[in-house]
Design a protein around this ligand. Structure first.
Ligand SMILES: [Fe+2]
Ligand SMILES: [Fe+2]
Length: 132
């Protein structure tokens, strides 16, 4: 069973961004499955890296759109992105150095962060980004 299931209540009403969120959901699910199946460190590291790269890509895409539309909550939104980016980069460094094991705790952190960020923070830009 997937760790996260996409549902309409996660939609930010911007197609491109919903698709990026779906891809992030897929990557976290993939990490979860690989962990459950007892995949080795190398495989987990590959998925984790992909997750970091895609997260960075997605955050820049969102930030670009928010700037274009002069979204007033931009700075605060960007700080949340920066904090999460820092955290996942730390995870991946600790993972690579062997001081962190991929655990349910890490996955639950990523999952909760993603879901709460989409529902609580991303949705706020929705009316601005969908306005003509
Ligand atoms: Fe987002
Ligand atoms: Fe965001």
């Amino acid at each position: 069973m997937a760790l996260i299931n996409w549902s309409e209540d996660l939609s930010v009403k911007v197609n491109g961004l919903d698709n990026q969120h779906k891809k992030l959901v897929d990557l976290i699910n993939e990490l979860h499955n690989a962990m459950k199946e007892g995949k080795g460190k190398e495989k987990l590291g590959v998925i984790l890296n992909e997750l970091i790269n895609y997260t960075k890509y997605h955050f820049s895409a969102e930030e670009e759109l928010m700037r274009q539309k002069n979204f007033p909550g931009y700075q605060q939104h960007k700080s949340e992105h920066d904090a999460l980016t820092k955290k996942v980069v730390e995870f991946s460094e600790q993972f690579a150095s062997g001081s962190l094991f991929m655990s349910n705790e890490v996955l639950v952190f990523l999952k909760d962060w993603l879901i709460e960020h989409i529902k609580g923070t991303d949705k706020k830009y929705s009316p601005y980004l969908t306005a003509k």
